[in-house]
Structures are given as structure tokens and as C-alpha cells.
Ligand binder design. Sequence first.
Ligand code: G3P
Length: 219
Amino acid sequence: MKFFIDTANLAEIQEAYDLGVLDGVTTNPSLMAKEGITGDDNVRAHYKAICDIVDDKVSAEVISTDFESMVKEGESLAAIDDKIVVKVPMIKDGVKAIKHFSQNGIRTNCTLVFSAGQAILAAKAGATYLSPFIGRLDDISFDGLDLIQQIVHIYNVYGFETEVLAASVRHTMHLIKCAEIGADVVTCPLNVITGLLKHPLTDSGLAKFLADHAKASGK
Ligand code: G3P
């Protein structure tokens, strides 16, 4: 199971990378805006800065919505660094763009996926990654994890190579359930990754070990 961090914050990306468990980064226009990154040159420089931290797989999202512009923008994003994965929304022209990129050796991440039908289309088009949004489905009283399970099953039945990248992951239980289901990748905020560390018995057990060692050493 791969861990991607879902942020454009360089310090958080560095912290997750330093932990030694990071496999990639996902961003979106909202996350870039949150960091105050605007303007084409600044956006490109920021993607390059992210690529310089991690080993591979940095999703950079197109903001175009027609086929020709998506292809032009995606090719331009891919030219920033070999680590870039072009993130494309699940719309009609997006599916065409994913097909184009897959035929031209550019990796893609199909985003804003909320149904199994969309997942099948993206896989048929040759998407490298598929991003179903768990939390946003939960927000409207649909079970986002049920969708992950359904897509993993369908992809396994047909041997689709598209990797299921569970997105909109809000807490550690989302991540753990995705692991049980067999999602290939989870992308989440830093606090979800570091949240996996926490257990009160670890903390109290370590405190006792250290106290016993200090007592035995006469400290
Ligand atoms: O990767 C998609 C993710 O950024 C959406 O998360 O929490 O805004 O639904 P959220």
C-alpha cells in the first residue's frame, strides 16, 4: 500500500518524507490556493519544489476543461519534472485526455470520482491512478468506503492496471479500512499519517520501560 500526502505545503511534505514512508504527493487547485500559490510561473516553481523533496509521483492538476487545452496544459505540467503525474477531472473531455496521455507515456490521476461507472471509464481510458473521494461521499450520507470496495472488486475481476488511489481521506479509520479493502494507494493529510503512530499503551509502556531502566541504573 502506497502513502501519498494530500497537500501543497512544503514543510508537511518534507516531514512526511523524512518519516520514511512517503510514496508520493497529490495536490489540487484548492490546496495550491491554500498555500497562496497563484500565477503560472509560481505554480510551476512550486511543483518543481515538491518534486525536489520526494522520489516520485507528484500529482499536478489541470484547470482546463476542454480536450485541447487539457492536453496542452498536461504536457506542459509533465515537462516540469519526470515525477509529475497529470491529474485530470472525470469529465467527458477528461476521459479523452487520459486516453491521449496514456498513449503518449504520460501518467495520469483521474480525480473527482464518485461512482463505479466513472471508475470503469477511467480504467478503460488507461488512467494510471483513480481517485475516488471517500470523505465527500460520507459528507452526503453515502458510504465512501463501499465505493472503494466496489471499485477494487471490479478492477480485480477484469485485471485493470489502474491503481485505486483513495482520496478525501479524513481520518485514520478511513486509511485502515482502505488497507483492509486493498486500495493500492491512500492520499491523506499529514495528521492522518502521524495519527497512525498514536496508542496510549505505547506511550505508557515506553514511560514504564524508561522509568524501570532509570531505577535499575540508580538514576
Ligand atoms: O485528494 C482530494 C482531496 O484533496 C479532497 O479532500 O477533504 O477536500 O474532501 P477533501
